[in-house]
Ligand binder design. Structure first.
Ligand code: GDG
Length: 736
């Protein structure tokens, strides 16, 4: 039976070692909850680090940890202290975390830490590969493991790999500064499905893929390495019922059952008529905007002094990554600010900020959520923010107001909250006042809508949707409508080639026999290619035809002394058996003088594009420009041209990053059928990569072997990955 393997940096377990005693209990985080049913299902496992380094564990203890976590269907990845320093505290939290949250000034790029990041991703891969079987599904989580999908894919192509990023994906302008950007993107592209919290992160990722790797992106599909990779957004939800039910239990508890914290909260509420509590909860992280929030609260007290002695801000800052210098600095700054505000405003009966620097048990968290009139959640950047969602779930009477930063991913789904810009103190102060004074009915209307949404799209649903979408990618290959040439099929075709008498090979040139270059003039045939072509041509009964959109002069130059048949200009010219060039189609080129100036205006406005003038056609190349701009201009150009050439015998061909204008009655298909009328072939083979080759695939009889390079939609029967696979295939024909 196939299984699902979940992989994250940390296991969903808290493993503690005190006086050589091991204590292992399940952790209560959102991810652990969301994955519960996936993890519990069948023989699925969870792979991750236990939280204890190899140095902390003797071999005997290590064995005990392994045995204990195994009971929870978990498998550990052993990490050394050095790994944790360089991979986790170093590269993950001093490079990726700040960069992806737009904190460029905190981002360091250390080669040694990058090396460690790669090595630790490999350690994760080794453990997963030990447990994975063909047909299994692997779901990789978060920024610590961006390289893992590729490491797995390279070793086992027969598994389904999903990746989910829990933090933002930054815009191209930020991501491009990252020194190892290609490697990181390629690492992620080992997946079949890549998920983000929001459409914005998805958009940013696709834009980097297009600009940095120059890959083809169609809507949210990336064509890469003969695979179709899906990218989509899945906003993570919470365990709604868990928070709602805990809140109901909290409100129903008797006086003597209440926690110490709850009593203190109740006392505050009783101190004066209209006393209110504002709640702020986050890990102490610079992305969460805690100092700015405190300053905004100070500004609020100055601007609206009538709230003094009535309103209290409860600040719960959970310790996090305290070994990283920026976090230590943030701790000092927060301590000082709280001290300053309390020193400035406190009275004998009132301290404006109650500050907790610790983690609280779940029950206390619920005390805080249920007792607060307003939740003030103002991160500077946040992938999603689950605290905002949890606060809403605990509002069993549907009262309360959420003030939420528009920079949190959650703001996309929480329009009914009061959305603020965390850098605008004026706006925050006014919004706090608005929240404190909001009529109950208005509060209830807003919370009701938010609750409905959160209830429906819970964390279980999120996990289910992601896995369904991952399952759906399995049929991606069928979308290509052509069959992948397997080693067996290649052998069959080679055999048919060998056993036939008269063979026709129609080979496109650019993107088929040679890869694309920025300048088409540089994509010359190389010695290795000539060797293959010569060997093919030397075989008995072979008609070797190179059929291309290139102009006659270029081919004359490159293949001057070669005896192959050449068809150029998409089928205008033919050179056969060493004879002179012969014109297959009689064409005019007097239209060029009117089209050329139009193309020139496109070149002027689109940096990096250029015109290739051929004898019977004009091509506008946009391979070197910004991919999105190029695509946009190509659509614009085709609209302009279509309106102009309607009365002419011209057509516009959209090739691979090129738009070409030429006479309508010329195409590779017509040229191919002419060749077919001259001879009787019992083996026909055509291969090409772009739109112009489709004519050729269509014209050939059913018995022909037609092969597309790449997995775009095609009329060809088969497809191969790239030019190197084409050459490999031709070499097998050439062998005896
Ligand atoms: C990352 C992304 C994204 C907090 N204090 C206590 C406590 N918590 C729990 C909350 C909540 C969780 O921790 C925090 O989740 P967030 O989503 O707010 O933030 P990150 O930790 O930064 O998480 C974030 C998330 O991944 C999921 O994809 O939303 O954007 O940065 O569940 O309840 N729990 C307990 N005591 C505490 O003191 N028990």
């Amino acid at each position: 039976m196939n299984k699902t393997i979940i992989v994250s940096n940390r296991l969903p377990l808290q493993v503690k070692l005190e006086d050589s005693q091991l204590e292992i209990k399940p952790s209560v985080g959102g991810l652990a909850t969301g994955m519960k049913s996936v993890h519990a299902d069948g023989n699925g496992i969870w792979v991750g680090w236990s939280g204890l380094t190899e140095e902390q564990l003797t071999p005997a203890l290590q064995d005990r940890v392994n045995a204990e976590v195994q009971k929870e269907k978990c498998v550990t990845v052993p990490l050394t202290t050095e790994d944790v320093d360089n991979f986790y505290l170093g590269f993950s939290n001093k490079t990726l975390w700040p960069l992806f949250h737009y904190f460029m000034e905190y981002t360091t790029f250390e080669r040694s830490e990058w090396e460690s990041y790669k090595a630790v991703n490999q350690k994760f891969a080794d453990v997963v590969l030990e447990h994975v079987n063909d047909g299994d599904t692997v779901w990789v989580h978060d920024y610590q493991l961006l390289l893992l999908p590729k490491l797995l894919r390279d070793k086992n192509p027969n598994i389904s790999i999903g990746f989910f990023l829990h933090i933002p994906f930054p815009s191209f302008e930020i991501f491009r500064t990252f020194p190892w950007r290609e490697e990181l993107l390629k690492g992620m592209l080992g997946s079949d499905l890549i998920g983000f919290h929001t459409y914005d992160y998805e958009r940013h990722f696709l834009s980097s893929v297009k600009r940095i790797l120059r890959l083809d992106v169609k809507f949210n599909d990336i064509l890469y390495d003969d695979r179709n990779i899906k990218v989509d957004s899945f906003p993570m939800g919470i365990d709604y019922n868990k928070f709602y039910n805990a809140a109901v239990a909290n409100t129903n508890q008797k006086e003597k059952e209440k926690s110490e914290l709850q009593r203190r909260l109740d006392e505050h509420i009783k101190t004066s008529l209209g006393a209110k509590i504002i709640l702020s909860i986050d890990r102490l992280d610079y992305t969460k905007g805690i100092p700015k929030r405190l300053r905004a609260f100070e500004y609020f007290l100055n601007k609206y002094p009538e709230f003094k002695e009535k309103v209290r801000l409860i600040l719960l800052a959970v310790p996090s990554r305290s070994n990283v210098p920026q976090y230590q600095k943030l701790k000092r700054e927060t301590d000082e600010l709280v001290g300053r505000i309390n020193g400035k405003f406190a009275t004998v009966s009132w301290t404006p900020v109650w500050y907790f620097y610790r983690s609280m048990p779940f029950e206390n968290l619920i005390d805080l959520y249920t007792s607060s009139d307003v939740a003030l959640i103002t991160p500077i950047r946040d992938g999603m923010n689950l605290v905002a969602k949890e606060y809403i779930a605990t509002r069993t009477n549907q009262d309360g107001v959420l003030i939420l930063s528009e920079m949190a991913g959650a703001s996309n789904e929480m329009n009914e909250a009061l959305l603020i810009n965390p850098n605008n103190f004026e706006q925050i102060a006014d919004t706090i006042k608005e929240a404190l004074e909001m009529p109950l009915e208005d509060q209830q209307n807003r919370i009701a809508i938010l609750q409905n949404r959160l209830k429906r799209y819970s964390v279980e649903k999120w996990a289910e949707e992601f896995l369904d979408a991952l399952e759906g990618t399995k049929s991606n290959d069928e979308q290509a409508q052509s069959t992948k040439l397997t080693p067996q099929l290649k052998q069959d075709i080679a055999k048919a080639f060998k056993t036939s008498n008269k063979k026709l090979l129609l080979l496109d040139f650019d993107g088929t026999l040679v890869g694309f270059k920025n300048n088409p003039k540089d994509a010359k045939p190389d010695a290795e290619l000539f060797k293959t072509l010569d060997a093919l041509h030397a075989k008995d009964g072979v008609d070797l035809v190179i059929i291309s959109g290139r102009d006659r002069e270029t081919f004359e130059d490159w293949f001057a002394n070669k005896p192959y048949t050449l068809v150029t200009d998409h089928g205008v010219w033919l050179k056969q058996n060493g004879k002179d060039w012969e014109m297959l189609e009689h064409l005019k080129n007097d239209w060029m003088s009117s089209i050329l100036p139009i193309l020139e205006t496109f070149v002027d406005r689109t940096p990096g594009t250029f015109i290739e003038k051929k004898r019977y056609s004009l091509a506008w190349h946009f391979r070197k420009t910004d991919p999105e701009l190029g695509q946009k201009r190509a659509i614009e150009l085709s609209t302009v041209l279509t309106s102009l050439i309607s009365n002419n015998d011209l057509s516009v061909l959209k090739g691979n990053k090129v738009t070409e204008i030429k006479s309508s009655n010329v195409n590779k298909g017509r040229a191919a059928s002419r060749l077919l009328t001259k001879e009787k072939y019992d083996f026909m083979f055509a291969i090409g990569d772009d739109w112009t080759d489709e004519y050729m695939f269509e014209e050939l009889p059913e018995t022909a072997y037609t092969v597309k390079v790449g997995i775009k939609k095609t009329n060809a029967k088969y497809h191969v990955k790239d030019t190197s696979e084409v050459r490999e295939l031709l070499n097998t024909f050439a062998l005896d």
